[in-house]
Design a protein around this ligand. Structure first.
Ligand code: FES
Length: 87
């Protein structure tokens, strides 16, 4: 179980290591934008300011985008506590 801090909303919720960040957000009642749930629409796209995530399927993000912190919460699973920026 990892802790997610969501900015700038300053919300905190917890995620299991076998669920996506988006699932955890919805379970916690956090209104996280989404549409496709498969990493295709970019509606859920947000930036990881700190921490580590893993994907079961490689996300459609370039290495440069991933290096800049962009993640797809509908696919990403936490591998540490995270700080995310959702604008
Ligand atoms: S909900 Fe479409 S990319 Fe995440």
């Amino acid at each position: 179980m990892y802790q997610i801090r969501l900015l700038p909303q300053e919300l905190t919720f917890f995620v299991r290591d076998d669920e996506t960040l988006l699932c955890a957000a919805h379970r916690a009642g956090v209104a996280f934008p989404h549409r496709c749930l498969v990493g295709a629409c970019a509606t859920c796209l947000c930036r990881k300011l700190s921490g580590e995530v893993a994907y079961q399927l490689a996300p459609m993000l370039t290495e440069k985008e991933q290096a800049a912190g962009w993640i797809f919460p509908c696919l990403a699973m936490a591998r540490s506590d995270l700080v995310l920026l959702l604008e």
